[in-house]
Design a protein around this ligand. Structure first.
Ligand SMILES: C[S@@+](CC[C@H](N)C(=O)[O-])C[C@H]1O[C@@H](n2cnc3c(N)ncnc32)[C@H](O)[C@@H]1O
Length: 189
């Protein structure tokens, strides 16, 4: 099955959680991974879908074994296991990412890339995801989120409560629909 067909099938099953009818394009994959370097390993990816951003992370020098992929959709999780056999694939809710600290083997991550539909999530869900990821990231850790929205999709009260700030990094019209990338970091870093 093609990636597009896999996406459409998943979208038909659960449109709110997939929130797109096709995988992101290479232009957005390049943008969201542009600041990632191999010394940021391990890297967490939330909502990888068919692995468009995962592939871009590997092209930027990350080893598969340094990637932790958290995907709720079972078919996507199986596909990721086949495509990236050395990566650690967790099938489950990104809001529970903190439970998987052991997978980091004592290391903390340098970055998180997120393809999650955070715009449609309530504040409590966003809070769990952001808190969980920042707990698993070392000082200087960065969270990269793409969105079709012109403003950061993580709510301001969530950012303020967790002592985080968001910066719009860049955007691309060479994606359907056009998308922007936001970088979220701790305020005091
Ligand atoms: C908009 S798609 C993005 C997929 C891929 N990153 C891309 O850009 O092509 C959203 C992805 O997040 C996954 N997802 C949605 N909610 C999730 C959750 N709570 N935990 C983990 N994955 C989730 C969906 O299954 C889907 O793969």
């Amino acid at each position: 099955m093609s990636d597009l067909a896999a996406f459409l099938r998943a979208w038909a099953r659960d449109p709110l959680s997939i929130a797109a009818v096709a995988p992101s394009g290479p232009s957005l994959a390049r943008l969201i991974t542009a600041e990632i370097t191999a010394d940021m390993a391990p890297v967490i990816e939330l909502g990888p879908g068919t692995g468009v951003f995962t592939k871009a992370l590997i092209e930027r020098g990350l080893r598969e074994a340094d990637l932790i992929l958290v995907e709720s959709e079972a078919d996507f999780a199986r596909l990721l296991e086949v495509r990236f056999p050395q990566a650690r694939v967790l099938q489950g809710d990104a809001a529970r990412v903190r439970r998987h600290r052991a997978l980091l083997n004592g290391d903390l991550a340098g970055a998180t890339i997120s393809g999650l539909p955070v715009l449609s999530m309530n504040a409590a869900q966003q809070m769990k995801i952001m808190r969980g990821c920042f707990d698993l990231m070392r000082p200087g850790g960065r969270f990269y989120q793409f969105s079709y929205s012109p403003v950061c999709p993580v709510r301001r009260p969530v950012l303020e409560r967790l002592g985080l700030r968001a910066r719009r990094l860049s955007s691309t019209v060479r994606n359907l629909p056009p998308a922007a990338v936001y970088e979220i970091s701790r305020i005091d870093e």
